[in-house]
Design a binder for this molecule. Structure first.
Ligand code: ATP
Length: 251
């Protein structure tokens, strides 16, 4: 199957610090791909390269075969419309109510009428289980609700690819399970490719079609949850078992 996202030889340093060190990754369409790895290991930096918010020092990022590292800022704006992005805290606009938040990308990019936009907003809020919450302000919402509003906004334009940056961090187990269901539905019902960054190993095992382990600036292991569980790589084992002792230093 043709990959939807392919990074080849990505290198990125900040001063002396090398964060991506010749990273290769290939993501399949219509799949849930979960990228795991240490805090500060470069997962968010990788995500920013995939949507063209950061440019690599060298290497390429192909999205549907198009090298987005070669695009101008103007072309990038168009290319980014293929993506929906759910930020860690939902990143809602605090001065807008829930419906206005979800409507925002539609107002900015779709050219649809107010009536059409209102219908889409209702449908997306229903999809995330928040029908009737359109008038609420972000400050009135729980963390889980904020994430669901963020997801409704991320899928407002029916993007082909939805990126989730630590979607379950800070949520209770029930809300985490609800968010994981939503990720699976985002792939199933909306036909989107989902790229998830996560520290949550049980959730990763439950939702991933393919897991990628980022370590020392490269993908050191990839495979289905069963393959990753059976990995004999000591770094992978330490990470998925959550042990303090092992090759991964704590520094
Ligand atoms: N714009 C930047 N300028 C300088 N350093 C940066 C920049 N962005 C990221 N870094 C550094 O790159 C490293 C990787 O950061 P990144 O946010 O990608 O980690 P992460 O794996 O997403 O971590 P976490 O799981 O804690 O969110 C960190 O050491 C960070 O300080």
């Amino acid at each position: 199957m043709k990959p939807i996202i392919q990074c080849e030889g990505l290198r990125k340093s900040f001063g002396e610090q090398t964060v991506l060190d010749g990273l290769d990754i290939t993501l399949r369409p219509d799949s849930v791909s979960v990228i795991i790895g240490r805090s500060g290991g470069g997962k968010s930096v990788l995500l920013k390269h995939i949507i063209g918010l950061m440019r690599p020092d060298s290497g390429r990022v192909l999205v549907n075969g198009q090298d987005i590292t070669a695009l101008s800022e103007r072309e990038l704006v168009a290319a980014r419309r293929q993506f929906g992005l759910l930020f860690q805290e939902g990143a809602l606009f605090d001065s807008m109510n829930v419906a206005e938040n979800v409507a925002f990308p539609l107002v900015e990019h779709s050219g649809l009428s107010r009536r059409e936009i209102a219908d889409i907003v209702d449908a997306k809020l229903a999809a995330v289980g928040l029908s009737g919450a359109g008038h609420k302000m972000p400050a009135e919402l729980s963390g889980g609700m904020r994430k669901r509003v963020g997801l409704a906004r991320a899928i407002a334009l029916d993007p082909k690819i939805v990126l989730f940056d630590e979607p379950t961090s800070g949520l209770d187990p029930v809300m985490s399970a609800a968010i994981n269901d939503l990720i699976l539905r985002t792939r199933g019902e909306f036909g989107a490719t989902c790229v998830v960054i996560s520290h949550d190993i049980p959730a990763t095992m439950a939702i991933a079609d393919e897991i990628f382990m980022l370590y020392n600036g490269r993908i050191i292991a990839s495979g289905s949850p069963d393959e990753i569980r059976a990995s004999d790589d000591p770094v992978v084992r330490q990470f998925i078992e959550g042990r303090a002792d092992g090759p991964i230093g704590l520094a």
